[in-house]
Design a protein around this ligand. Structure first.
Ligand code: C2E
Ligand code: MN
Ligand code: MN
Length: 405
């Protein structure tokens, strides 16, 4: 199968652009061996490269480029399959856009294309090329997100010591993970993540419960989560708990039960956020809607969890505008290197700004991911980069500090 890949990158500052021909010569030999063809556009600062050929060859070349110190800020823009090559028999052709007017450059490149794609103005590859040529280097703002500019400084949590003793008859435990606002240096909330009596994962814990008791156990566990939050001395901080949507529907008086747990632990309903996903099919929307209304009327916050994972989708967002929307880790991972993920997150950010919904990015593990997301307008983060969940306690937070030069 014929694979197509487009990426954009920058020429490392240290490299003299006059050495570009050298780079292309090398690439041509390697690409020919792997039967990869394509074009390389250079605008004086950035590259746009189209690679096409057998998938293994294309991947091998892209992996190599990703490690090549002459390229920086590599962002994958397109990965697709095609019935035929767009640049058949051409090896790698370099177009230095500084030497041509945009219109001339585009026409020249199109002449290199195969006839079919030459005419295909709706072709995504064509459109990427056209867009790259049309936007001068000076108008393309490319931000460099270098991890080397940051270091992490660990600061102990302001909460009670970790390792709360287990109560008698306690069926489950909780690990707490901070959600942080590094710009302000504040912990905005703590998420309570369920663990089995032996410390096992949520999956293991729920698997150990008979199916007909699942929702009851889920709701009841929130009593333990909130009791722990109180013992940790969360003060004015917020605590987020996860609930299966149907736990709010199937258990009669679920919201009142939750409110009971809140008041019993001397917490304010406004300090509590319920996170839901569409992980489980919401079978009765009317009852779910009524539960959400009760939650909101009591002052309890609502967050849509795992947004973009395929479960918590746009329909949930259209039906219930939450206070918070948490972008799933699958979208966050390597966002600084992935054009499609970037486009999706920009749209989510714009959409939430319009609806006055706070966006949280989940599963942030790399400085570069955080930097990219922050530049896109996200202020709240959760992930191993900042803190891993800690059983029966709250971990220290790693705060990013700019390295002074
Ligand atoms: P979630 O609510 O999206 O919670 C985030 C999960 O991602 C947690 O896994 C957390 O440990 C993990 N995580 C956080 N940061 C990172 C990171 O940087 N990298 C990676 N790889 N993972 C990260 P955990 O604790 O295993 O929970 C899994 C899921 O179980 C939760 O996902 C939530 O959907 C569910 N869950 C947890 N507690 C409860 C509960 O009390 N009730 C219900 N119904 N579901 C729960
Ligand atoms: Mn959650
Ligand atoms: Mn999540």
């Amino acid at each position: 199968m014929l694979a197509t890949l487009i990426y954009r990158s920058r020429l490392t500052h240290a490299l003299d652009p006059s050495l570009l021909a050298e780079l292309v010569k090398e690439a041509n030999i390697r690409n020919a061996e792997l039967q990869v063809t394509g074009v390389l556009l250079f605008n004086g600062d950035q590259f746009l490269q189209v690679l096409e050929g057998p998938a293994e060859g294309v991947n091998a070349i892209f992996n190599r480029i990703s490690r090549d110190s002459r390229h920086s800020d590599i962002v994958e823009l397109l990965r697709d399959f095609a019935p035929e090559r767009r640049f058949r028999g051409r090896g790698l052709v370099l177009f230095d856009l500084r030497q041509n007017k945009p219109g001339v450059a585009l026409r020249t490149i199109l002449k290199f294309g195969t006839l079919k794609y030459h005419l295909a103005r709706h072709d995504r590859v064509y459109k990427f090329i056209r867009d790259f040529i049309a936007t001068p280097a000076s108008e393309r703002r490319v931000e460099t997100f270098s991890a080397a500019r940051w270091r992490l400084q660990s600061k102990a949590s302001p909460f009670a010591a970790i390792g709360l003793p287990l109560q008698e008859n306690q069926p489950c435990q909780f690990a707490f993970q901070p959600i942080v606002d590094p710009g302000r240096g504040t912990i905005s909330s703590l998420e309570a993540l369920i663990r089995g009596p032996d410390g096992g994962s949520p999956q293991d814990y729920f698997a150990s419960i008979p199916e007909q008791k699942l929702h009851e156990a889920d709701l009841a566990s929130k009593g333990w989560a909130l009791a722990m939050a109180r013992q940790l001395g969360i003060g004015n901080h917020k605590v987020a708990v996860n609930l299966l949507p149907m736990s709010l529907v199937k258990i009669p008086g679920a919201v009142d039960i939750l409110l009971g747990h809140i008041t019993r632990n001397h917490l304010d309903p406004e300090q509590v956020i319920v996170e839901v996903t569409e992980d489980e099919v919401i079978s009765s929307y009317d009852e779910f809607t009524s539960a959400i209304r009760q939650l909101r009327a009591a002052g309890i916050g609502l967050a849509i969890d795992d947004f973009g994972s395929g479960f918590a989708g746009l329909s949930l967002l259209a039906k219930f505008q939450p206070d918070k929307l948490k972008i799933d880790r699958s979208i966050v991972t390597d966002i600084h290197m992935h054009g499609p993920k970037q486009a999706i997150v920009k749209a989510i950010v714009a959409c939430c700004a319009e609806m006055q919904i706070t966006v949280v990015a989940e599963g942030v593990e790399k400085i570069e991911e955080w930097c990219w997301l922050n530049a896109a307008g996200i202020e709240r983060f959760q992930g191993y980069l900042f803190a891993r969940p800690v059983l029966n306690g709250v971990p220290a937070v790693n705060w990013p500090l700019r390295v002074s030069r």
